[in-house]
Design a protein around this ligand. Structure first.
Ligand code: BES
Ligand code: ZN
Ligand code: ZN
Length: 502
């Protein structure tokens, strides 16, 4: 869908469909104008209780010559007091979905939330574009005859004031960059595991890097051996699919690029559990175990598109966790790239092994901060459900910057503790540490996972985001339609990088 911005009277806009966002209380000045043009139709609908403006409610009107548009879609935006950027995303998605159902081609709308909603223009426009594009997302790559739905060709965004034109255009472009990042992450997560292999992830990273002048390096098994990445390689050794360690580097040629930020994403392209095999029902869904990798690759794309002026490195350790004669076993002891030995208790606690070697690798950049993101533990989903990721951290400023990026991006995050008790559980008799507390320690497993990762961190500012609960859509968010991958993390991470101050 093309997005164009214009100023001037929207009633003269060339479009077949007009979107009108209607608050639950009093009509907005613009809704009043539409009401007048339609001979009081909106007031009648309200007076008769047929359309109250409740959030998400919609109603189609045919003006029959009273206006130049073929149809008007009313979308309720609810009460003004709790109308924020996230609400903008949601109602924009509902509006465009309705427009698609009606086979609208050219859709015109005023910006939402900037008037009495008091949302800053840039924030509101970006959210509106994100919601509009994300709400139309669907994944049909493996369907031989996908249901034919034609997205509107064009969304024409109208601003009240000429002076707002440039800023609105910029914000719309930003919104598109963020939305396309989320959609890329969704595509990668939704792609079946026989398509989305570690090699595919590496190719995708290379393609994105080439588009945005980012340097992408893909390490092969022999290079990982030379780096002594014994933890990552142990996980990978049971699979025919070769593992890769993907390094994406966004390096603007400016001297003011500041300190380096590193993003790390768990890229398990399928998690069978290995010999600690997952039960049938728990294994389905595990193609999404590379959601962290998808978030990092997609965040790097957004960062590239926005031309962020900072040195940013994305690291993706990618491997399959499979069963075979060569696969690693419980009770094996492996050595990670920082020399620490790890006793394997569960081959299903594989994500932390991949991340261990990647977190060690991150150290070479002397980073200002490192953030990893992973579908690490089922326990995280138990703790917060499918509404928020959890963030474990060693630095208060880093945590706060992530929380504010979460607010800005609409991707929910909640702070979690790393208590010393969690570390006790992973003490080992035979090695330096063990990768899981075993079946006796299901309690607090997300925190235990974080405590494990901390052993591989030698820089002051590190955060670990466990996104196991939010890798799939919850069904409650209009701009995350369907049951597949949510694309969580791409907007959050890119926003965090964009906001970061040394
Ligand atoms: N990929 C899983 C975590 C997961 C579970 C993500 C459900 C999304 C939904 C991870 O590799 C895993 O199996 N973790 C184990 C850790 C345990 C063995 C310490 C878990 O959470 O049970
Ligand atoms: Zn696992
Ligand atoms: Zn896993």
């Amino acid at each position: 869908m093309e997005i164009n911005v214009r100023s001037g009277d929207i009633f003269t806009a060339e479009a077949d469909t007009l979107l009108v966002f209607v608050p639950q209380e009093e009509l907005s000045p613009f809704a009043k104008r539409v009401n007048e043009a339609l001979g009081g139709w909106l007031e009648d609908l309200r007076a008769n209780g047929d359309f109250s403006g409740k959030r998400g409610e919609s109603q189609v009107l045919y003006p029959r010559g009273q206006m130049s548009f073929q149809r008007v879609i009313l979308i309720g935006i609810g009460k003004r007091e709790d109308f924020d950027a996230e609400a903008v995303r949601r109602v924009a998605a509902i509006a465009l979905q309705r427009a698609r159902q009606l086979k609208a081609q050219k859709v015109a709308s005023m910006t939402i939330g900037t008037g009495s909603g008091h949302i800053a223009l840039r924030v509101a426009v970006r959210a509106m574009i994100e919601g509009a594009l994300l709400g139309l997302y669907r994944y049909t790559a493996q369907k031989s005859a996908p249901e034919e739905l034609s997205d509107p060709e064009q969304l024409l965004l109208c601003v009240y004031d000429d002076a707002d034109l440039t800023q609105t255009q910029q914000a719309a472009a930003e919104g598109r960059a963020y939305a396309e990042g989320t959609m890329l992450a969704r595509d990668l997560v939704n792609m079946p595991p026989n398509f989305c292999t570690p090699t595919y992830l590496a190719e995708k990273a290379q393609e994105i890097g080439a588009r945005h002048s980012q340097k992408v390096t893909v390490l092969e098994r022999s290079q990982m051996e030379a780096l002594k990445m014994g933890a990552l390689l142990a996980v990978a050794q049971g699979s025919e699919a070769p593992p890769h360690f993907i390094i994406m580097e966004h390096e603007p040629s400016l001297a003011e690029a500041g300190k380096t930020l590193v993003l790390v994403g768990k890229g398990v392209t399928f998690d069978t559990g290995g010999y600690s095999l997952k039960p049938v029902d728990n294994m389905v869904g595990m193609k999404a175990d590379m959601s962290g990798a998808a978030a990092v690759i997609a965040a790097m794309q957004i960062i590239g598109t926005l031309e962020v002026k900072r040195h940013v490195v994305g690291l993706v350790p990618a491997a399959d966790n499979m069963v075979s004669g060569r696969a690693y076993r419980p009770e094996d002891v492996i050595t990670a790239s920082n020399g620490k030995t790890v006793e394997i208790i569960s081959t299903d606690a594989e994500g932390r092994l991949l991340l261990a070697d990647a977190l060690v690798y991150a150290s070479r950049y002397q980073p200002a901060a490192v953030v990893d993101i992973a579908t690490l533990t089922g326990g995280m989903a138990v703790a917060l459900g499918n509404t928020a990721g959890g963030v474990f951290y060693t630095d208060q400023k880093l945590k706060e910057s992530l929380m504010s990026a979460s607010d800005d991006s609409g991707e929910r995050l909640w702070p979690m503790p790393i208590y010393p008790e969690y570390s006790k559980v992973i003490e080992s008799e035979t090695a330096d540490i063990r990768n899981s507390g075993g079946s006796a320690s299901r309690m607090g497993s997300a925190g235990i996972g974080a405590a494990f990762l901390k052993h591989f961190v030698d820089y002051p500012a590190w955060a670990h985001i466990d996104m196991a609960g939010v890798m799939h859509n919850s069904g409650d968010v209009p701009y995350a339609p369907g049951k597949g991958g949510s694309g969580y993390g791409a907007r959050l991470l890119a926003q965090w990088v964009a906001n970061w101050q040394d």
